[in-house]
Design a protein around this ligand. Structure first.
Ligand code: IPM
Ligand code: MG
Length: 368
């Protein structure tokens, strides 16, 4: 049997720092669990633009298509703000998502007990929170045509198009229902069917898939604005939320903040199964490149490390090892180890990015 293959794309800003900690975890699994990964590295985002004049080269794109899973840090930074839109760092990430056809973006929002006090919401509203946002990732207004900035009379007009086909809605709905069956069996679908035709179709298609294939799952619908309000009011009413690309972008940032820190949350972007049965997959933290703290050893590597845990679970069918890694993170937090984004308690000195990684490796050791 060949080893599972991983392409690591650290990217920009804090990406390389947090990814260095994931490398420690990957090495630990090789040394201590005999799980050896074939790891290769590449460039994406601003660093790729600096080296090659494009945020993602064709070679790296091909590599991403050929491996079992891609692990990405973060892209972007102020240095690239004035670049032409077509070569902005974000275009590299969007090209990966689109060409790998990673239509289902899983964004869990989970509140660790040790961190319930960090939320901007009251502790009883967030303690024990465990919800999953399934965001459609390859269509909608992010990719719809026509798009552009055009002249119209004597002024400019900016155009983007929200567009969803039935089959695009069906497949992401199935992902959400499948996940719900393994969780608390509830899906809430969010759109704006009150003002958008694409929302009317979204609601209808999700309902049809539900009726035909998943009648055992509890389904509800909400307008996305009301959904945002409910997320802040009482987030524990939700189990799985399924929504489109743009609403999912917004709702997942809001949900992430409920849990106390954006530095904690992983994500998985999954596509159709490959020949080996594994889904096309890219794993990345929900947070961005945080240029303000890049290079200072302050970043929290947990989101990126938990993204690797999602890879163990969803790409490699190693749920028990994913549980082990998540438990190690939980233990370190329960022991009071905190990076700078998690301060607020009295008398706590923050640890560096690499000390947090070491603490998690030590917790893994003690799990054996
Ligand atoms: C995200 C990010 C991206 C998005 C950016 C970096 C293109 O905000 O993954 O949520 O808008 O999808
Ligand atoms: Mg976002």
């Amino acid at each position: 049997m060949t080893n599972p293959s991983l392409l690591i794309l650290p990217g920009d800003g804090i990406g390389p720092e947090v990814m260095a900690e994931v490398r420690k975890i990957i090495d630990w699994y090789g040394d201590k669990r005999g799980l050896v990964f074939d790891v290769s590295e590449g460039l994406v985002g601003g660093c790729s633009y600096d080296a090659h004049g494009t945020p993602l080269t064709d070679e790296t794109m091909e590599k991403a298509q050929s491996v079992d899973a891609v692990l990405l840090g973060a892209v972007g930074g102020p240095k690239y703000d004035d670049l032409d839109f077509s070569v902005k760092p974000e275009r590299g990430l969007l090209r990966l998502r689109k060409e790998m056809d990673l239509y289902a973006n899983l964004r869990p929002a989970q509140c660790f007990d040790a961190l319930a006090d960090f939320s901007s919401l009251k502790k009883d509203v967030v303690a024990g929170l465990d919800i999953m946002i399934v965001r459609e990732l390859t269509s909608g207004i992010y990719f719809g045509e026509p798009r552009g900035i055009f002249e119209e009379g004597n002024e400019r007009v900016g155009i983007n198009t929200q567009r969803y086909t039935e089959s695009e809605i069906e497949r992401v709905a199935r992902s959400a229902f499948e996940l719900a069956r393994k969780r608390n069996n509830k899906v809430c679908s969010m759109e704006k069917a009150n003002v958008m035709e694409s929302g009317i179709l979204w609601r209808a298609v999700v309902s049809e898939v539900h009726e035909k294939e998943y009648p055992d799952v509890e389904l509800s619908h909400m307008y996305a604005d009301a959904g945002a309000m409910q997320l802040c009011r009482w987030p524990k009413q939700f189990d799985v939320i399924v929504t489109d690309n743009l609403f999912g972008d917004l709702l997942s940032d809001a949900a992430a903040m409920l849990t106390g820190s954006l530095g904690m949350l992983p994500s998985a972007s999954l596509g159709a199964p490959m020949a080996n049965g594994r889904p096309k997959a890219l794993y990345e933290p929900v947070h961005g490149s945080a240029p303000d703290i890049a290079g200072q050893g302050k970043a929290n590597p947990i989101a990126c490390i938990l993204s690797f845990a999602m890879a163990l679970r969803y790409s490699f069918d190693m749920g028990a090892e994913a549980d082990r890694l998540e438990a190690a993170v939980e233990k370190v937090l329960a022991d009071g180890v905190r990076t700078a984004d998690l301060l607020g308690e009295e008398g706590v000195t923050p640890v560096s990015t690499s000390e947090m990684g070491d603490a998690i490796v030590a917790a893994l050791d003690s799990s054996l």
